[in-house]
Design a protein around this ligand. Structure first.
Ligand SMILES: [Ca+2]
Length: 356
C-alpha cells in the first residue's frame, strides 16, 4: 500500500492489491487471508461504520433451497454523487464489486455480489460492527459457511468455477458486536460519512444588530433495524447513546410524517465547546474519507476562530469567514479536493495504524 503518493496515477496504475492467483489450495488461502487481514487493520472499523450507516447486506432466506442455490449474498453501499471518488477508491483497494454511477438519481452505488468479493468485504468488517445490522452480516457469514460445507461435503464433481471460489474463501467466525470505546478506532468516521453532517448556523437577531454563529455536528439514524440479531436487539439506541456519552450530549428522538408513514430517528448533536472539541479531536485522529471531510475541515476552521476569539457576536472576521465558508459548504459545495483520500490517507499510512 505504499504507492498512494500519486493521486494522478491512482486510477490508471495497476491494482494496489493483485487478485490472488489460483494456485495450490492452502498457499492461495493463505495469500487471500493476508490481503484481507491487511485491509482489516487499515479500514475494517471505518468500512463497518460506513456499511452500518449507508449499506445493505442482502441475504436470501436459507429455508428456501431454491433461493440458496440461485442467489449469493449481496452488499450495496450508497454514496451521494459527489462522493464517486470514494466509491471508486474503496472498489479499487478491495478489488471488490463494481461502482454504478446513477447521475440522474443523484447517487452512486458500490455493488458487491460475487461470492469471493462478498467474502472479502465480510472478512474486512467482521468484528467491527456496532449496530443491530450485525444481524445481516451474520446471516451472510452463515450463508458462506454453509456454501463451503455444502460444496466440500459434496461427492459429485465440482464445477471449475466452484473450485476456484472455494480456493479463495474460508469459513468465517461469527463475532460479537464491538463494544470497544468509540475513540479506539475509525468506526465513527465511516458511520458519519454515511449519516452525519456538520453545520454552520448564522442567526440574525431581530431588532438587534448582533448575529450569532452556531456550530453543530449531527448524527441521525433510524431508531430500529428491521430484524432482531441473535440476542434480540433491534434498537440503535445503545450505539447512539454510546456516541452521545462520548461527546457528552443527549440523544434526541424525532418522528417525522412522510407520506402517511411515521419515521422515528435518534439524533445526537454536538452544540457546545466541550462536545465540539471532542468532535474535532476525533475526526482529526480518524479522518472522514467522503467529501464531508472538507466540510469538517471548514467547520473546524471556524470553530478554531471562535475558540480563539471571545467576541462571537456582531460584525467580525469570524462572522465574515463563516458567511464566506457557507457559500461553498455541504450542499452548496462546488470545490472538491481528494488529497485526504489519495495523497495523505491516514488509514493507509502504515505508521498511523500502530495500536489500531
Ligand atoms: Ca443511512
Amino acid at each position: 500500500m505504499q504507492n498512494f503518493s500519486k493521486a494522478i496515477n491512482f486510477f490508471t496504475s495497476k491494482p494496489t492489491i493483485p487478485q490472488a492467483k489460483l494456485v495450490e489450495l492452502d498457499g492461495n488461502l493463505f495469500e487471500q487471508r493476508t490481503q484481507n487481514q491487511l485491509l482489516r487493520t487499515q479500514i475494517g472499523p471505518y468500512l463497518a461504520g460506513l456499511i452500518e450507516g449507508d449499506g445493505t447486506i442482502a441475504v436470501h432466506d436459507l429455508n428456501s433451497s431454491q433461493a440458496f442455490k440461485k442467489y449469493s449474498p449481496k452488499i450495496i453501499v450508497v454514496f451521494k454523487k459527489s462522493d464517486l471518488p470514494l466509491a471508486k477508491f474503496l472498489q479499487k483497494i478491495s478489488q471488490c464489486g463494481q461502482v454504478l454511477n446513477k447521475p440522474e438519481r443523484g447517487y452512486v452505488l458500490w455493488q458487491i455480489q460475487d461470492i469471493v468479493s462478498v467474502f472479502t468485504i465480510l472478512s474486512i468488517v467482521n468484528g467491527f460492527m456496532r449496530t443491530p445490522k450485525i444481524e445481516a452480516l451474520n446471516r451472510a457469514i452463515n450463508w458462506l459457511n454453509d456454501y463451503i460445507i455444502a460444496n466440500t461435503t459434496n461427492t459429485k464433481k465440482l464445477l471449475p468455477r466452484t473450485k476456484e471460489i472455494l480456493s479463495k474463501i474460508s469459513k468465517l467466525d461469527i463475532k460479537p458486536l464491538d463494544f470497544s470505546p468509540i475513540e479506539d478506532n475509525g468506526w465513527l468516521s465511516g458511520f458519519t460519512d454515511a449519516d452525519g453532517n456538520f453545520s454552520i448556523n448564522i442567526h440574525k437577531r431581530t431588532n438587534k444588530i448582533s448575529t450569532r454563529v452556531q456550530l453543530y455536528y449531527r448524527l441521525e439514524n433510524n431508531q430500529n433495524y428491521h430484524k432482531a440479531d441473535i440476542e434480540g436487539n433491534i434498537s440503535f439506541f445503545p450505539i447512539m447513546s454510546k456516541i452521545g456519552l462520548f461527546l457528552g450530549v443527549n440523544v434526541y428522538s424525532r418522528s417525522r410524517l412522510i407520506k402517511d408513514k411515521i419515521y422515528y430517528s435518534f439524533i445526537v448533536i454536538s452544540h457546545n465547546k466541550e462536545s465540539n472539541s471532542k468532535v474535532c479531536n476525533y475526526f482529526n485522529k480518524y479522518p472522514l474519507l467522503s467529501s464531508k471531510h472538507l466540510d469538517f475541515k471548514d467547520w473546524a476552521y471556524i470553530l478554531n476562530i471562535k475558540n480563539s476569539n471571545k467576541i462571537t457576536t456582531g460584525p467580525s472576521l469570524y462572522l465574515d469567514t463563516a458567511i464566506k465558508i457557507r457559500t461553498n459548504f455541504n450542499k452548496t459545495r462546488t470545490t472538491f479536493s481528494w488529497d485526504h483520500l489519495f495523497i495523505n490517507n491516514y488509514y493507509f499510512n502504515s505508521s498511523s495504524n500502530i495500536g489500531y
